[in-house]
Design a protein around this ligand. Structure first.
Ligand code: PHE
Ligand code: ZN
Length: 865
């Protein structure tokens, strides 16, 4: 069904510097809901207080709403008008009033999944960033904080469970089979943190005792039958609560913490005060249906949303340009938490891989923006890898420079100073400066300058003295609206090793590169030292440093920083692949030897080894080239994979011969072994060994859990064996009624390295189980497809056409999710002329659609520049 309610408006650009404090405050909000799937009636009573010195009209934002009645201080009121979608109430020279507005909405027709909507006959809300204005008229800006009192009434059979923020203070029976509940949230909050859920739900209840001895009731609400898949989420929640007390001194501040899982959700989850709403994929997990990576995803997202209770809710954002204030900091917090729960080294590798896959390309393309953007047309388009993941790296750099104790003093001061306020990124930086005792004047450029800095690193030695130095030079590429950049403050953890000496001999240094160029003394070495640079990925930069294959292999084997070991092997693989793609004779021996050597440590740390021996993705290889050649990259990467698969065949077979740990064993050691088995299977699958499909099929059939099953299915999906078709069919029949697992079935086919994947994706889009109504399903198919570089970039443009068709079909229903799929088309500058022309043509076709949303218009038009 098409949601035609929000009519297209010409794009208006909103500027950060145009911020003005609100003229009216709204200390209290009372909401009254008469719930129905097709019709919900809302009465909102806003207690407003004027802050402006002179009389000012009260502007209440709306989106596709009609005001059915307006009352002021209990009396019918005619002094109002519509200004486009907004309601403007003339309050004369009043300085305070209670303004009541009646609206009526149709949740079942809300396919945007913003505001109040229906999902599986349950009602739920999503208000960040500007969804509250689709429920009722309101200033709907994060610097207007109110105490909420919410009464909802609905049919008892349809909506047995009625939830909102805070505490339930009264319930009762109504007429005609209805019942009602009254909820009060004692903490003032912005409208984007409002939530309401009504439906037929069951709960997994538990409790947590806070540091100060208070008991907090915990509830995870799901559909009947899903309770058994909530235990990992509950354990993750309790671990998060304990960790935030220990590491940040932050205690939970309500008596109740509820989580609700919904199937139809645009993002991962939402941190509404005391009532988090989650995409089912980040709550439901059991060994039969969720992979180890899915388990980690649940743990990380549960933590993320919980941590927002302080970094986001108690201290919120002044305006949406400050989004990274809550998101960058909270991602940093959830990353640190996950690192503490498992292997910190593996977590760091995963986080950097995500940054390089999603954020670096964004920073290098037409949609590049600073972590604190200067302007936007549609704020939904700025929930980006830059604001989130690069934002987290900026916080991490501050923590690296001051160390944990001083960083904690900084964050304590931040929470202290700004508790209950709507703050800015500048407030955060100042609190770290004051609390940790550091001058961040130059460091602030990370908030305002976009683009990934590049650092050229060069070693130089003096033969006579044996003294070596490191020359560093930074450049920051131009990005849209920012042609020239000033040098940034870049913290680089560096260490130089004596190749023949002990690996631990020299001390690590933290170099603060604050000029365009610098020379760093390294000390005395008998020969050219082995350079370990940007250890632990201390700064989100690209380092260009000529190191011979032998040096990289030495570092991969001997560096005492695990991330640097991983990085050295990746660089060796990358150099080998880029050379091969550029037509140089393929010299694979050094890579094979380094992988062999790394595999020797598999027993001690299988998860790390599994990460380290993975080949760089096709997209990341492409990112190293001036003009991406997707077909050559595909060919050379497959060839290297096959060469490693064959050369180390007995190693891979030995890994697979060792039986998998039981799927119910979720210890880091068991997860690591499964991960390594998946990698071994992929390498064997890339060889021409006849028994490879049968081996994969046996693993698929014998698997007692989803990690092994999915890994085997993904390996089979690349080929064209009979086992492939058979396994896909078995998987489909077994899981056709489980949407989250069916997503995987779509995903592995869209990931396939087969040459006919574009056609397969086109067919899958017509499969009866494919639907545009569910964002998870859309992303499973099309998100995986656009990540499949050679398929998406098929030379005839069929992949681009397929994506544009999807965007055009989805935009009228769900503009937010449609717009998020556009960026892959905007990478045209990196491809050959023929592909670039085809990509631009599809962007143009999207833009030519009548009634295109503001979301898609902004993404497509900026992508064409
Ligand atoms: N604020 C949510 C988070 O980061 C993300 C989100 C944004 C969810 C917008 C829905 C809509 O946890
Ligand atoms: Zn968040």
């Amino acid at each position: 069904m098409t949601d035609a309610s929000s009519s297209p408006v010409p794009p208006v650009t909103i500027h950060r510097t145009a911020y003005r404090p609100p003229e009216w405050r709204v200390p209290e909000v009372a909401l009254d809901f008469a719930l129905g799937l097709e019709e919900t009636r809302v009465t909102a009573a806003l207690s407003v207080v004027r802050d402006a010195d002179a009389p000012a009209p009260l502007v209440l934002r709306g989106d596709a709403l009609t005001a059915e009645a307006v009352r002021v201080d209990g009396e019918a009121w005619n002094g109002w008008r519509m200004d486009g979608p907004d309601l403007v109430v003339d309050l004369g020279d009043r300085t305070a009033a209670v303004v009541e507005v009646d609206t009526r909405i149709d949740p079942a027709a809300n396919s945007q999944l913003m505001g109040l909507y229906a999902s599986n006959s349950m009602l739920c809300t999503q208000c960040e960033a500007e969804g509250f204005r689709r429920i009722t008229f309101h200033p709907d800006r994060p610097d207007v904080l109110s105490r909420y009192r919410v009464r909802m009434e609905g049919d008892k059979a349809a909506f047995p469970i009625l939830l909102s923020n805070g505490n339930c203070v009264a319930t009762g029976e109504g007429e005609g089979g209805t019942h009602w509940a009254l909820w009060e949230d004692p903490w003032p909050k912005p409208s984007y943190l409002f939530a309401l859920v009504a439906g037929d739900l069951v709960v997994n209840r538990d409790h947590f005792t806070t540091l100060s001895g208070r008991r907090v009731e915990l509830g995870i609400w799901v559909r009947a039958g899903d309770q058994d898949r909530t235990h990992h989420a509950m354990a993750s929640l309790k671990h998060s609560m304990a960790w935030d007390e220990q590491v940040y001194g932050r205690e939970y501040d309500l008596d109740l913490f509820n989580i609700v899982a919904v199937s139809d959700f645009n993002m991962g989850a939402m941190e509404n005060k005391g009532l988090n709403v989650f995409n089912t994929r980040y709550i439901l997990a059991d060994p039969d249906t969720a992979t180890d990576a899915d388990y980690d995803g649940v743990e990380g997202v549960v933590a993320h949303e919980y941590f927002h209770n302080w970094s986001g809710n108690r201290v919120t954002c002044r305006d949406w340009f400050q989004l990274s204030l809550k998101e960058g900091f909270t991602v940093y917090r959830d990353q640190s938490f996950s690192a503490a729960m498992g292997s910190a080294a593996v977590k760091r590798i995963e986080d950097v891989r995500v940054l390089r896959a999603a954020q670096f390309p964004e920073d290098a393309g037409p949609l590049a923006h600073p972590i604190r953007p200067d302007s936007y047309q549609e704020i939904s388009n700025f929930y980006t890898a830059t604001v989130y993941n690069k934002g987290a790296e900026i916080i991490r750099m501050m923590a690296t420079m001051v160390g944990p104790e001083r960083f904690r003093r900084g964050t304590d001061l931040y929470f202290d100073r700004h508790d209950g306020e709507a703050a800015t990124c500048e407030d955060f930086v100042r609190a770290i400066e004051d609390g940790a005792g550091i001058d961040l004047t130059q460091f602030r450029l990370w908030y305002s300058q976009a683009g990934t800095p590049r650092i050229a690193a060069r070693l130089e030695g003096d033969a006579a003295s044996g003294e070596w130095v490191l020359h560093l030079a930074q450049t920051i590429p131009p990005t849209p609206g920012q042609p020239d950049k000033a040098p940034m403050l870049i913290p680089l953890r560096i260490k130089a090793f004596d190749r023949d000496g002990a690996a631990q001999d020299t001390a690590e240094q933290l170099v603060l590169l604050d000029h365009a160029d610098a020379t760093v003394p390294l000390g005395r070495f008998a020969g050219r030292p082995m350079l370990s640079i940007n250890r632990g990925f201390s700064a989100p930069v690209i380092v260009d440093c000529a190191r011979a294959p032998g040096e990289l292999a030495w570092l991969a084997a001997h560096d005492d920083d695990p991330f640097a070991r991983y990085e050295a092997l990746q660089q060796l693989m990358l150099d080998t692949l880029v050379a091969a793609v550029s037509g140089e004779a393929a010299e694979r021996g050094a890579v094979v030897d380094a992988v062999r050597e790394t595999l020797a440590g598999a027993a001690a740390d299988p998860a790390f080894v599994a990460e380290a021996v993975l080949l760089p993705s096709e997209a990341f290889i492409g990112d190293q080239m001036v003009t991406v050649d997707p077909d050559a990259i595909r060919r050379e990467r497959l060839a290297l994979q096959a060469a490693i698969g064959e050369a180390l065949e007995s190693e891979w077979r030995a890994i697979l011969a060792d039986p998998a740990p039981p799927a119910t064993d979720l210890s880091p050691a068991a997860k690591g072994r499964r991960r390594l088995r998946g990698v071994a299977l992929a390498y064997l699958g890339a060889t021409a060994r006849d028994d490879a499909p049968a081996l994969a099929f046996a693993i698929f059939s014998d698997a007692d859990g989803m990690t092994e099953r999915q890994a085997a299915l993904a390996t089979l999906a690349h080929g064209d064996s009979d086992e492939r078709a058979h396994a896909l069919d078995i998987f489909y029949q077994r899981y056709r009624d489980n949407p989250l697992v069916l997503d995987k079935w779509f995903q592995v086919q869209a990931w396939s390295l087969r040459p006919d994947t574009v056609d397969a994706v086109r067919d899958l889009a017509r499969h009866p189980d494919f639907t545009l109504a569910n964002p998870n399903r859309v992303r499973a198919l099309y998100g995986a497809f656009t990540a499949n570089q050679a398929a998406f970039h098929r030379p005839d443009g069929a992949g681009y056409r397929l994506l544009a068709d999807l965007v055009i079909a989805l935009d009228p229903k769900n503009p937010q999710t449609a717009a998020r799929l556009i960026p892959p088309l905007g990478r045209w500058k990196r491809f050959d002329e023929a592909r670039a022309a085809l990509m631009k043509a599809e962007l143009g076709r999207i833009l030519a659609q009548p009634g295109l949303s503001r979301d898609a218009t902004e993404q497509a038009s900026k992508s064409l520049v």
